[in-house]
Each structure stands twice: as structure tokens, then as C-alpha cells.
Design a protein around this ligand. Sequence first.
Ligand SMILES: Nc1nc2c(c(=O)[nH]1)N[C@H]1C(S)=C(S)[C@@H](COP(=O)(O)OP(=O)(O)OC[C@H]3O[C@@H](n4cnc5c(N)ncnc54)[C@H](O)[C@@H]3O)O[C@H]1N2
Ligand code: MOO
Ligand SMILES: [Mg+2]
Length: 412
Amino acid sequence: MITVEKALEIILAESQDFGVEKIPFMESLGRVLKEDIGADRDFPPFDRVSMDGIAIYYDTYKKGDITFPIESIQAAGAEQLSLKSQQNCIEVMTGAVVPKNVDTVIPYELVEIKDGKAELSTDTIKQGQNIHRKGLDRKQDDLLIKQNTIISSAEIGVLATVGKATVKVAKQPKVMIVSTGDELIEVDKIPLNHQIRRSNVYTLVALLQELKIQADTAHINDDKAILKQKIEGYLLDYDVLLFSGAVSKGKFDFLPEILEELGVKKQFHKVKQRPGKPFWFGAIGPFSINDMKIGNGNHKTTIFAFPGNPVSTFVGCLKYFYPWFRKSIGIEYKNLDYAILSEDFTFQPALTYFLQVRLQNENGRIIGTPVKGKGSGDLANLADADGFLELPADKTEFRKGETFPLIRYRQY
Ligand SMILES: Nc1nc2c(c(=O)[nH]1)N[C@H]1C(S)=C(S)[C@@H](COP(=O)(O)OP(=O)(O)OC[C@H]3O[C@@H](n4cnc5c(N)ncnc54)[C@H](O)[C@@H]3O)O[C@H]1N2
Ligand code: MOO
Ligand SMILES: [Mg+2]
């Protein structure tokens, strides 16, 4: 059995490249950018008025004039006007081009307009005020967004402003999520006493949707021949297979033997953790097989077979699949989330313990309060928690006030 740290190291070393695709920029939210985005022009692209008001020639004011006949109006979106007489002014709107022959803008709040003339009601005017100079924010060709950035709402605005209607992003993997087990029935069916509804598959689908991956799903009963035949097909068609169940010691836990019979290279089976100990991980390929449905060239399939208990599957996906996927599409793995334990906690076995916690922010510190639940089958408890504190295997006593890595699945 290997440690959680070693398991993650092995998994990250198996990351794979799914290539690049071009998509409409409005579909790129949450995807990873695969090109540098530069400024197509100066920002702002012209000297821009930043207050609604009047624009004057400063030297006229400096000579003592405070009344300026209004010559014209410069609206946003209109071509640049020109002040004809230095004694006059032009009314200017926020976002408009600064007219020619003016150099200073005074907001409406500081002028009184009567009979076509603007009279200043202030004597503290600085030359050049309320003009946002061309190129002040960014210069043409400046790098605005670096390749490998996860596109957020902020980047969407930048893409729009530089005219990137389509954008290069990392391609998503083709993923198949498979549940196994004769006890499982569909969500819209009424279970008999010995049956339960399939839930893990939907949890996994949802977890992948948060990564913008649209996965396919399948359910296979505990029949070794059928399992083997179906999985053989999935290995050809998919980049990733996520399984839930059939990896432990039971008479019908066929997955580890089937995967090995099909030539998948086992990287490890069982990790020193709770929940999720019987986790099986392996990969097959890369193969260069031209007649593969997935396309020509190198094809590799990575297999995450999570234990069937719902909390095990859930934490396994967050702890292992998420960082593997992120590394695969170009984001370096780093854990930035930590939380402070709110009370003393004891866990005796020499296993990493993923403790379910409810999170609170106390004066900028994230506090995790244990909501332990009744074990790895207790999926209802996940709805009462916000994340997991990762308590290291080499300790048994965890003290109030100590800080631990956090895997959160609720962001608010
Ligand atoms: N003799 C041993 N028995 C068990 C061990 C062990 O080490 N020795 N490990 C236990 C641990 S820990 C876990 S976790 C489970 C893992 O079991 P499997 O991966 O083999 O999964 P199953 O046997 O198929 O199912 C376990 C449990 O999970 C429920 N399940 C499965 N799939 C789903 C699904 N899609 N949706 C909802 N629930 C699901 C299933 O009904 C079982 O209750 O093994 C322990 N046993
Ligand atoms: O590994 Mo199991 O998930 O502890 O019940
Ligand atoms: Mg089992």
C-alpha cells in the first residue's frame, strides 16, 4: 500500500496532453487559454474624456477667463471635433474623444450654464485634468493574458475588447464514467428492499461539469464477461475511464483483474487513506493505432477506479482526478487552500484521513469544523459539509488551531 503523497505523484506523472481547439470566446469560460492575448491597439485607443462637462483651452483660463461660449457638443462615438476659438468651449461626454485644441475638462458640477455660455464655479483647475491619455492603461502589443490562464469572467471582457471572437483553448479529454453493481437502479425507479439508486455516477458527472468536461456514462452489472467486453471498447474510445465500485475484496469486485487482463498497466492498488483505500489506478498506451475511433496517432487511456462507497468516490475524484486533469491541460499542481481545525480531533489508524468539515470565515481565517458523518457510505453527510481537511497519516492527534490542507467542494 502506498501513501497519498506517492499516489498523487504517480498520478501527476501520468498526465497527458489532449491537444488544442478553437472555440467561440463565449464558450471559453472556465477553459484553459492556449495562446497569448496581446493588445490589438493602445488602451485607451485615443485621448478619452473621463467626466461629462466642458473642455477648454487651459491657457485661456490661466489668463483669467472664466466664461466660455459653448461651440459644440462632442458625444461618445462621434468623430473628433475641433475647437475653433480658444475663447470658447466644447461640451464633452465621458467616453468621447478629446476634441482638437482643448486640453482640460471641467465637470458639469463645477460650471453653470446659462444663455449658451459656461461659467466656471471653481478656481482649482489643473491643466490636462479629466483626460485619460491614449495608451495609459496598456500599449499596443502588450501582453494582456498569458497562455495557460484559466479563463474567468475578467478574461472574457479582455477577449471581447481585443476582438477575439474565437480563442484557442486546451481540448477536454473524452471521459467515460462507469458504475458497476447489481444493487443499483436508475434514479427514476422505485428500489426494492435490497436495491439502491445509482448516485456516484451523477456525482462524478457533476464534479466533471465543474471542470467543463461533458462525460459519457454507463452502468454495467456484476457480470465479468460483459464488464470485460464493454471496458475493452471504452479503452479504444476514451482518454479517461472513471469507475466507481468493484475494486475491493468482494466475490464480484472484478475490476482490477479485468483491467489487468485487458493489458492496462496497474500503477497502484490501495492507498493509505480513509475513505477511499481500495482505489486502483493505471493506464494503457500510448499506442499508435491508426484505426482507433478516437483518431490517429498516440492514444492513451488513464483509468481511475474509485471505491464504490460514495464518499470514497467523491474525495477520490477531487484529490486525484482534479489535479491530474489540471496538470494535463497545462496548470501546475499546487494546493493553495488551507483551513484551521476548530476543535481537537483524534484519528488512530496510520492512514491519511479526509475529515469532512463545515467552513466559516472568521476575520479572514478559514475555520473548519468537523462534521464527521457515519463513514464512507454516508453521502447525505456531504451535503452538511463544505470540504475535507487532509489530516496526515503520521499523526493521531490533531489540535484545535492547527492548519491543514483543504479540499473544498463548496465555494461559498
Ligand atoms: N474484505 C474487505 N472488504 C472491504 C474492504 C476491504 O479492504 N476488505 N474495503 C472496504 C472499503 S474501505 C470500501 S470503500 C469498499 C469498496 O468497495 P468496492 O469499490 O468494491 O465497491 P462495491 O463493492 O461495488 O460497493 C461498495 C458500496 O458502495 C455502493 N456503491 C457502489 N457503486 C455505487 C454507485 N454508483 N452509487 C451509489 N452507491 C454505490 C455499494 O452499493 C456498496 O454499498 O469495500 C469495503 N469492503
Ligand atoms: O476506503 Mo472505504 O472508502 O474507507 O469505506
Ligand atoms: Mg466491493
